[in-house]
Design a protein around this ligand. Sequence first.
Ligand SMILES: [Zn+2]
Ligand SMILES: [Zn+2]
Length: 362
Amino acid sequence: MAQTVGFRGSLGQRIVIGFLSLVFAVLFYWLLNFITQDIGRRPGPDYVKVQDQYVDPSLLGQQRQIMENIESVKDQLAAQTRQRDLLRDSTQSLQTTINQLLSIQEQSIKSGTALTEETRKHIDSSLPQFLDNQKRYEKFNQEIADLTTQGNNLEKQLKELNRKIEEQRQKGQAEYNDLYRQYRLKTAAYQLLVVIPIFLIGSWLFISYRTGFYGPLVWASFWAVFVKLALIVHAYFPREYFKYIALAVILAIVVWLLVYLLKGLAKPRLAVLMRQRRQSYGRSECPVCGTYLLSAQARRTESLSGRNTPAGGADVPTESAYHCPGCGTALYGKCGSCGQIRHLMLPFCRHCGAQKPDWNIV
Ligand SMILES: [Zn+2]
Ligand SMILES: [Zn+2]
């Protein structure tokens, strides 16, 4: 992986880049949201249609008929009761009249005077009417009793019918719940079918290019699609599973961070490494083991006299390849581009500026 120490920009530039990345993440999330919303808008099972399949229409017809009958019985009952009450009132006033006539008759018998023609007529007609009223009153009572029985029977039938209908309705409800569950799972599957590939691409980009030039965009799109994926999973899958999924994700993030930090300890960041190497070269020390390096002049003197002569403090000017005498690391060697001697542990040749083709941070 080619890595360069990029220009990180001023604080203002970095704030603007951060803000725009955030805007990008929000817009990208919206886009995903619109797509999944449109998928979620596909028609679900029709409650009424499902119930029609389960509830027998003839039972519903019977139910309607019985309810109408109950209404009519109630109306008849009310009418009969009203008429009976009227009859009772008129019978009571008739009884009062008869009592008065009888007391007049009694007095006339006691005093031996004859009753007037009119009074006798009254007495003769009142008594049969009274008896007739009593008969009609009885008849009303009988009819009211019959209607009440009829009403009670109808209520019983309705209750039984309602029970049957309710039973069928519950079967329909269970079927509907089943269909609805399937519908939701299918919707979730379609949404995941769109979001998971985007998530996989985002993850791959994230792993490969998060530190590259397009890093902010990669971060933004990765988190947007990650949040959308988490929300879909949360909305469609039972809560008891979600807690495991959420925990697994959090665990993965924590492990990833830990690994990242541990790697950072084992392999310091490029910029830090570069600084250390530059300083080591500058102090004439091996960047790997810290062995003091000999200048070209000192090396020549050493080879001539066999003595170890310390060199001056500057970078070791050299005309030939040079390996660290302490650890054997190649420190200076021929540039593949211009052929002059260059620093092998720094990325660029100081003579021609070419980057080492196999350049890596190790
Ligand atoms: Zn060394
Ligand atoms: Zn060169």
